[in-house]
Ligand binder design. Sequence first.
Ligand code: FMN
Length: 202
Amino acid sequence: MEKKAQFGHPIDDLIARRWSPRAFSEKPVSREAVRSLLEAARWAPSCFNEQPWSFIVATKDEPEAFETLLGCLREANRVWAGRAPVLMVVSAKAAFDHNGKPNRHAGHDVGLAVENLMLQAVAMGMFAHAMAGFDAAKVRETCGVPEGHDPLVAIAVGYPGDPEDLPEDLKERELAPRERKPLESFVFGMSWGEAWNGLRNG
Ligand SMILES: Cc1cc2nc3c(=O)[nH]c(=O)nc-3n(C[C@H](O)[C@H](O)[C@H](O)COP(=O)(O)O)c2cc1C
C-alpha cells in the first residue's frame, strides 16, 4: 500500500514514499538486503564522526533470536510487528570515544542513521517502522547491552502487507491520512514563534 506524503512543496519521491506501516508481508528479507540497510545506516553523518549507533538484529530465519527480540516489544507493537521478518534495536553510545565526555548529539546521530536505513528500505521496496514501545531494560539484560549504551528505538522491517490482515483498530489507523504540522508553525526567522518570511516571499 502506498501512502505518499501530501507535500506543500516538492520533495524527493523517496522521502514522500517513506511511511510507517503496520501491515507487513511475511515475505522474507534476504540477509543481503539487511546488510544493505545497515550499510546505508553506516554512512550517516555524526558529530566528530563518532558513529554512536549499535544495531541488534534478529530475523525470522533465527526463530529463537526473533522471538526474544519480539518479546521485548510492548504488547501494542507486538501485535503487528511479529509479522515483519526483521526486528532491530538501535542503541546510542552516551559518551564520546575521543574524550569520554557526554555526547549530547548521540540521539540525534542515531536518528540520522535510522532515517538512512528507512530511506534505503523504501528504495528497495521495503518499509521500516520505528518503535519507542519496547522494554529497553529487557533488551539490555537479554542482549548484554553494556552500560553507556542506551537502547533507543526498535525497528520492524519488511515488505508491505495487506491492511486487511490487521485488527480493526489498527486497520483504521493504517488507512487514515498522514498528517504534519504546517511549516509556519516550526520555521522561524530571528524571532522565535514568528514564521520565517522566506516561507511566503521570494
Ligand atoms: C522514535 C520513534 C518512536 C516511535 N514509536 C512507535 C511505536 O512504539 N509504535 C508505533 O506504532 N509507531 C511508532 N512510531 C511511528 C510514528 O508513530 C510515525 O513515524 C509517525 O506517526 C509519523 O507517521 P509516518 O512515519 O507514517 O510518516 C515511532 C516513530 C519514531 C521515530
